[in-house]
Structures are given as C-alpha cells and as structure tokens.
Design a protein around this ligand. Structure first.
Ligand code: DOR
Ligand code: ZN
Length: 339
C-alpha cells in the first residue's frame, strides 16, 4: 500500500525521542506532532527547534517529515499565526481546552479570547486541531465529548465557516454523526485503541492503567460507530494514532497519566480493524489518502508492505532511561511490517 502518515502523535522530548521517533518514522512518511510539551510549543521558534530535535532522532537512511503544530493559548497572537503560515514546517494549531488532558494547563480558557488567532488561521488556511472535551467538572467524564459538540464545536464550525477543523481522536457515535453531517471543512482522526477497545478494557479483572487515555474509552456501541466511520469509506476520517507514551511509573501510579503507546505497531493495529471489518482494501485510503487530501498536501509516492504475520509485543520498551508499557504488552499483533 501507499506509505501512510500519522495525523496525530506525541513524541515527547529529550532522551525519549530516540526511543519513540523511530517507531513512527519506520512506518509513516509524515506525522502531525502534538505540541503539549512542558513547557508547550507555543511559537514558531520553539516548533522549529523541536523539529530539529526530532530529526536528530530519525534513524539513518529513513526519510521522515515531522509536521509541526503550535499550542493555542489565550495569548496566541494573529502575528504568531502569520509566522506559522510563512513557515514551511508548521501545519496546524492545536486547541486544548485548559485542563482537558496531559500538559493542557496553558490551553484555552475561553474561545472568545482566541478570536483573532482563529480568524487569522481561517484567512491563512491553517487547520485547527481540536481536543474535543469540555472540562466542566460537573459533566460526567464519559459525556465530555458529546457536551463539547453541543456547547463548543457546533458554534466554532458555524462562526468560522472557512476554518479547517480536525476533530481529533473521536470516541463517540455523537462525534461520528456530527462529522458526517458537518460541512466539508470538518474532518476527524480515529485512534487504533478506540477502534480496538471499549471501556471494559479499563476494568478487566482490576484497574488497567495502561488502557487509560483521554478521551476515555467508551461503551461498545460507540466503538461500533467508530469502526463504521473508519472503515465505511468516508474521506472525512483518517489515521491518527494519538500514540502517547508515558514512563511506566507515571501510569502505574495512584494518579496515573492518560495515554496509550501504539506507535510501534501504528499501522498494523489498524490493519486488524479493517481486516475484521472485511474491508482491508479500504485501509489505504484511511491511512494514506484522506489525511493529505484534507490538509491539501500531496499523497506519498512510495509504498510500504505489511503482512498478516504475528509480531510479539515486548512487556516494556525503552523510554528515555525508563521504560514504557506498550499497548498489547506481552501479547501479539496480527500484522507485521515487511522486513
Ligand atoms: O490519552 C491522552 N494522552 N490523551 C491526550 O489528550 C493527551 C495524551 C498525552 O499527551 O499523554
Ligand atoms: Zn493526543
């Protein structure tokens, strides 16, 4: 198949880069790199420096292009958006509602504060990537995406009618219905873990911190809706792993972090989903065509080969001097990359 891209990945920084970047770079030609570092990547200058650190972690002989993003804050100026537009390495701006997830404390507290930035993005044709959950403590954690659509996203789509919006890591049938009937400016990414797991996976025989992510896993009927969206042939949906490694100690913790590490099998896990839906032939559009088409970028020209051959997933993987526990640790994935 045509080499795919990952339209949503967390690489982290520092020592960890050399451990995680190769997993993505060996499968995907490009990846949209999330800016939720600590401190976050809020300026083009920071994004360019981060890009260099990522490139230094790409293995010899591998061609990989990180597509950088900026972290939207209440203080992001229209000038910074103009700089991002000018810069050939920044491809989008990420909206984290303040407090919604990992390193989102400096995110947006009120959309009225970012009107100038959003208008500038609309003019520049720079996509807004949205973490679509409300942060209202009175809203049940399983309802946060649905309520976000009602309270925030509908208005955003209406008010900024030319703004390209990617509803990131959708997890509910509500999100799928919204995207299906939204204008063509709206698309969505879907993770492998939300396609493969429902919320029971967090409590199978006890609390399973390695299955905790945000948005949190949902019930089976939502997972079914996501599978239909991903495999149904709509060009609105594309691959975004949301691969989000944390050190084991931060996951196996009284207050464990959200995030699931999937990049080491970032394409193969999706192949399982498309195979069991009986539409393997649609994997290529989801993984390799719909994303670049929406972003207005060329599709990749080279090919990648994956086989229906089991790969063993190690119990842990190195992670910046610590270890991270990958999804399927100690188990298997049904597909493998050709050597
Ligand atoms: O599970 C998640 N992990 N969801 C997010 O939104 C952030 C990510 C992370 O950075 O760890
Ligand atoms: Zn993410």
């Amino acid at each position: 198949m045509t080499r795919p891209d990952d339209w949503h990945v967390h690489f982290r920084d520092g020592e960890a880069l050399k451990d995680v970047v190769p997993d993505t770079a060996c499968r995907f030609a490009r990846a949209i790199v999330m800016p939720n570092l600590d401190p976050p990547v809020t300026s083009v200058t920071q994004a360019l420096a981060y890009r260099e650190r990522i490139l230094a972690a790409v293995p010899e002989g591998v061609e990989f292009t990180p597509l950088m993003t900026l972290y939207l804050t209440d203080n992001t100026s229209a000038q910074e958006i103009a700089r991002a537009k000018q810069c050939q390495h920044v491809y989008a701006v990420k909206l984290y509602p303040a407090g919604a997830t990992t390193n989102s404390a400096l995110g947006v507290t009120d959309l009225n504060r970012v009107r100038d930035a959003l208008s500038a993005m609309e003019d520049a044709g720079l996509p807004l990537l949205v973490h679509g959950e409300v942060v209202d403590a009175n809203v049940d954690v399983f309802d946060r995406e649905r309520i976000f659509i009602e309270r925030v996203l509908s208005n955003l789509v209406e008010r900024y009618s030319a703004l390209k919006i990617v509803f990131e890591h959708v997890t509910t049938s509500h999100a799928v219905s919204f995207v299906d009937s939204a204008p063509a400016t709206v698309a969505a990414t879907i993770t492998a873990h939300h396609l493969l797991l429902n919320r029971n996976a967090m409590f199978a025989g006890g609390v399973r911190p390695h299955h905790y992510c945000l948005p949190v896993l949902k019930r089976e009927d939502h997972r079914t809706a996501l599978i239909q969206a991903a495999t149904g042939g709509s060009a609105r949906y594309f691959l975004g792993t949301d691969s989000a490694p944390h050190p084991r100690s931060a996951k196996e913790n009284a207050c464990g972090c959200a995030g699931i590490y999937t990049a080491y099998a970032g394409l193969e896990l999706y192949a399982e989903v498309f195979e069991s839906a009986g539409v393997l032939e649609r994997l290529e559009a989801f993984a390799s065509f719909n994303g670049p088409d929406f972003y207005g970028l060329p599709r990749n020209k080279d090919q990648i080969e994956i086989h229906r051959a089991r790969q063993d997933i190690p119990p842990t993987l190195p992670f910046g001097g610590e270890v991270t526990v990958p999804y399927r640790a100690g188990e298997q994935v049904a597909w493998s990359l050709a050597k």
